[in-house]
Design a binder for this molecule. Structure first.
Ligand code: CA
Length: 260
């Protein structure tokens, strides 16, 4: 009992401070690598496991915040792992996304009937996959992922898909919205054009890197009118970032009383 309490306290402590932990159980290295790369770029802590039996041991030891589970695995099948997770108290509500090459309705129903929360058929696009992960995490633990991102006077609402600057609504296209959301999640971090292409358009897209410049340009024009400060930084030879100092001085003079 005291052991359980210790574990619970540890997990609670970590939950407040650290990024969500995602376990990928997938025996195809190229898929596992691609998913891990994109999840890590989005700020998640990722653990990769190739065998079903090995996954069971790790899951009993330390369940993640979300599990990506391939259906066909060496050792124990994903279907069986999911069934067993649901039978145990500690993992009964663990969010699970099943991956499979099978796309038949009957199989889909079978996957969901053993308790998977979501089901993705290969091949799938990375933006689609990332959206499902975020949606499931939000459903599973609201508050874990903020529904609003705020930097200075810019506020982005993921649920209503609306963006405001100083109370005025900005009208962004879907790509500009995703671009802004992505950059605002990690203020200060510089993303290369290739990284932005992978994360926002998907690895399989055959879009030219100059497309990124075009959309950043559109986003800039929508976000900073007239003499308003531009929160997006172009880092020569590297890429783009959301300026982490944006709004700090402005906020201090606009809303806080002078302290000197
Ligand atoms: Ca497999």
């Amino acid at each position: 009992m005291s052991d359980m309490n210790t574990i619970t306290a540890e997990r609670a402590g970590r939950r407040e401070s650290a990024a969500p932990r995602i376990m990928i159980v997938e025996d195809e290295p190229s898929i596992a690598l691609m998913l891990a790369y994109n999840l890590e770029a989005a700020g998640f802590l990722v653990e990769r496991i190739e065998r079903g039996d090995e996954a069971e041991l790790r899951l009993a030891e330390q369940p993640p915040d979300l599990l990506i589970l391939d259906w066909m695995l060496p050792g124990v099948s994903g279907l069986e792992i999911c069934r067993r997770l649901r039978a145990r108290e500690r993992t009964r509500t663990l969010p699970v996304i099943m991956l499979t090459a099978r796309g038949e309705e009957k199989e889909r129903v079978r996957g969901l009937s053993v308790g998977a929360d979501d089901y993705i058929v290969k091949p799938f696009s990375i933006p689609e996959f990332m959206a499902r992960v975020q949606a499931l995490l939000r459903r599973a633990s609201p508050g874990r992922i903020a529904s609003k991102l705020t930097q200075g006077e810019i506020q982005l609402d993921r649920e209503t898909r609306r963006v405001f600057r100083a109370g005025r609504e900005l009208h962004l296209g879907p790509t500009e919205f995703r671009l802004l959301e992505y950059l605002m999640e990690k203020p200060g971090r510089v993303f290369s054009r290739a990284q932005l292409l992978d994360s926002i358009w998907g690895l399989s897209s055959e879009i030219d890197e100059r497309t990124v410049d075009v959309h950043v340009g559109r986003l800039r024009r929508a976000i900073a009118r007239g003499r308003q400060r531009d929160p997006l930084r172009t880092v020569r030879g590297s890429g783009y970032s959301f300026d982490e100092t944006f709004g700090r001085e402005g906020m201090a003079s606009a809303s806080a009383p002078p302290t000197t």
